[in-house]
Design a protein around this ligand. Structure first.
Ligand code: IPE
Ligand code: IPE
Ligand code: MG
Length: 245
């Protein structure tokens, strides 16, 4: 596909994060149970990951399941976890074929045993790939991540591994699960909701936000390319004036 009509390939963001929202409403529009929406959402994930690989994106983070999502009806959670296990084990081969390295953020230990196992297996099997890094946020919430970081940091202070006077933003960032991942330059949310829902609060401090009405199961790589084009039109000032840039 000629994606150069969408954006300038020399000015790609390094990292794009996506809040994949709207599966349930999509299913409802099709008079189907919510899980039908989640299943079709997997097709979007496949297409978007493929597109990200094609254009040479370095990092793509997908918000797949939040800490708050544990409060959904049990049938939906069980079906989602089953879908996750099946998808991960099915996709490992194609991730390897396209040189994608898989990572995860979130409280993996809170996932059902087989989910955690499949994830760790897939991460291990893809760890030497050098193309796109695909980060799945699973049982993730940003406040949880930040509190975990604070606990580790406090323990290091207590053990005299860290001097309080040396704590700064760079030091703090190293305690986050995302410490090896650059901050996303672009954050996309589908389904028309304009909120962050506890996703990457620290990391998106200066991200460009892009909201689209499209429901996640309708989102395709062309929509990703369109968002990148939109991103490239923006002036990122980081507190400076236009004239200073
Ligand atoms: C996003 O779609 C997927 C998850 C949160 C797991 P939703 O399931 O939130 O779909 P809506 O927002 O109810 O339409
Ligand atoms: C955010 O979607 C979480 C994920 C996409 C995994 P939600 O559908 O859970 O968010 P809210 O509750 O509408 O804010
Ligand atoms: Mg939702």
């Amino acid at each position: 596909m000629d994606y150069t009509s969408f954006f300038n390939k020399d000015l790609l963001p390094k990292h794009i994060a996506i809040i994949m929202d709207g599966n349930g409403r999509w299913a409802k529009n099709h008079n189907k149970p919510r899980i039908f929406g989640h299943k079709n959402g997997v097709l979007s994930v496949r297409d978007v990951v493929e597109g990200a690989g094609e254009i040479g994106l370095n990092y793509l983070t997908l918000y797949a399941f939040s800490t708050e999502n544990w409060n959904r009806p049990k049938v939906e959670i069980t079906a989602l976890m089953q879908l996750l296990v099946n998808t991960i084990s099915k996709e490992v081969k194609s991730l390897n074929d396209s040189n994608v390295r898989l990572l995860a953020i979130g409280d993996l230990q809170s996932l059902p045993g087989n989910c955690e196992k499949e994830m760790l297996k897939a991460i291990e099997k893809t760890k030497n790939n050098t193309g796109l890094t695909l980060v799945l946020a699973l049982s993730y919430s940003s406040k949880w991540e930040i509190v975990q970081a604070v606990k580790k940091l406090a323990a290091d202070v207590k053990n005299n591994q860290l001097d309080i006077n040396n704590i700064n933003e760079t030091v703090f960032k190293n305690y986050l699960q995302t410490h090896d991942i650059p901050d996303p330059e672009l954050l996309i949310r589908t389904s028309g909701e304009s909120r962050i829902s506890n996703f990457l609060l620290w990391q998106i401090a200066y991200s460009e936000l892009y909201f689209t009405e499209k429901l996640w199961p309708d989102f395709r790589k062309e929509d990703l390319f369109k968002a990148i084009g939109d991103f490239q039109q923006r002036e990122r000032r980081f507190g400076l004036t236009s004239e200073q840039l």
